[in-house]
Design a protein around this ligand. Structure first.
Ligand code: ADP
Ligand code: MG
Length: 227
């Protein structure tokens, strides 16, 4: 006789408020670091996007400020990373120096599960030469503003041939600031097999154009009402 009582497996997905990082295919070291940081449950944008990005898909994610977008892409790029290979494997583009520095701090905290992951901020307002020297010593993750990244690319002090993950953070703000051409130029210098993640609080037409040019079959996640 068929069992007509629904089993837990046949019920809809768990309440996203209870979404636990342990559900994700992350290493035990990464999970234990998240626990130490008191990241106990995923925010809605993390719960919606991490299963997609950890499976290797490109992503367009729209969610408001303060929703935890940084960790959503940081966990993905760290998961793609080989700490034993000292080459730039992930690049995050941010609109301003202040944001790039905040993102750098957040990725450093999330990267504490491993001993030796180097994360460097590359922004204007600081001399190029010490930045070039830091790059020369071996860096895994670069977080920067488009103008300064272009400076390093044109001087060949930044190499992107080992890149696995490209992140466009606050893409709408970068477009407002007139960075379309710089973003396009950086993206064209990244390997074609990379994973590309685009985060934005709003969805102006330039974002669709950017996505069409530089993302491959992206999945879309939009959380307009979420905090
Ligand atoms: P956004 O980029 O969407 O504006 P942030 O990535 O800056 O948001 O995150 C906002 C704040 O939430 C940060 O202080 C971050 O450390 C914190 N945070 C992010 N995810 C979690 C989580 N799962 N649990 C607890 N705090 C979190
Ligand atoms: Mg952010």
């Amino acid at each position: 006789m068929n069992n007509i009582i629904p089993t837990p497996d046949s019920l809809p997905d768990a309440n996203p408020a209870q979404a636990d990082f342990n559900q994700l295919p992350l290493s035990p070291a990464m999970l234990s670091n998240l626990q130490q940081l008191e990241y106990l449950t995923m925010t809605p944008i993390q719960a919606a996007s991490l299963p997609i990005t950890l499976a290797g898909h490109d992503l367009i994610a729209q969610a408001k400020t303060g929703s935890g977008k940084t960790a959503a892409y940081a966990l993905t790029l760290l998961n793609n990373l080989n700490p034993r290979h000292f080459a730039v494997q992930a690049l995050v583009l941010c609109p301003t120096r202040e944001l790039a520095e905040q993102v750098t701090q957040e990725i450093r905290r999330l990267a504490r599960f491993a001993d030796n992951i180097k994360i460097l901020a590359l922004c204007g307002g600081t001399p190029l030469r010490p930045q070039a020297a830091s790059l020369d010593h071996g860096v895994h993750v670069v977080v920067g503003t488009p103008g300064r990244l272009m400076d390093h690319l044109s001087r060949h002090t930044l190499q992107l041939d080992a890149l696995h993950t490209l992140v466009l953070d606050e893409a709408d703000r970068m477009l407002d600031m007139g960075f379309y051409d710089d973003i396009a130029s950086v993206a064209r210098q990244c390997p074609t097999g990379r994973q590309t993640l685009l985060f934005s609080a709003t969805y102006p037409s330039g974002i669709a154009r950017l996505a069409q040019q530089f993302l491959r079959n992206p999945q879309e996640v939009k959380l307009l009402e979420q905090h």
